[in-house]
Design a protein around this ligand. Sequence first.
Ligand code: S3P
Length: 183
Amino acid sequence: MDLRQYEGCRLAKPVFLIGFMGAGKTSVAWHLARALCLDAVDADDYLEQVEGRSIADVFAEDGQDYFRDKESACLEELARRSPCLVACGGGVVTRERNIQTMRAAGMVVYLEVTPEQVLERISDTSTRPLLSDIESARATMHARLPLYEKAADATVQTEGRTLTQVASEVAQALVDGGALVCP
Ligand code: S3P
């Protein structure tokens, strides 16, 4: 499975990659962007640039509600841009307004991950203010599951799959959903 068959394809609308922390949203977005010459933005990086400080500092200094307000504002800006791949923060679905923004503007792809994998993939949890241990990851993921499912146009499983496999499945889901148009 590789991405060569999608070379020359272009995005017809923005694509939002959602899923829990550690699902691989950023890696998949960059992988696809590099392979297919598409634009990609990490929504957390974008927010950090706008704020001029790290997400950990935003949480520590102004709290989660402030962060969520900024996250919604950034998402709306990114949704208005020319179509690109947007790797969203894991909690983007916690506000109904964000789900509406994403679904109205483009296609939403949910990358599924297990709590065990999350902790395996994220060794340094200091950059993730809402991730401490496996029990909290489990509880938060459980609470968010219906929201991810509600927001998603397509779902891609990441467990036991390589980055290339996941990216290829995402690319195919985008073609099927009309977000990636091939010559
Ligand atoms: C969060 C996930 C993080 C970041 C912030 C909050 C969450 O993004 O937006 O720490 O609530 O799940 P990643 O999913 O990119 O780690």
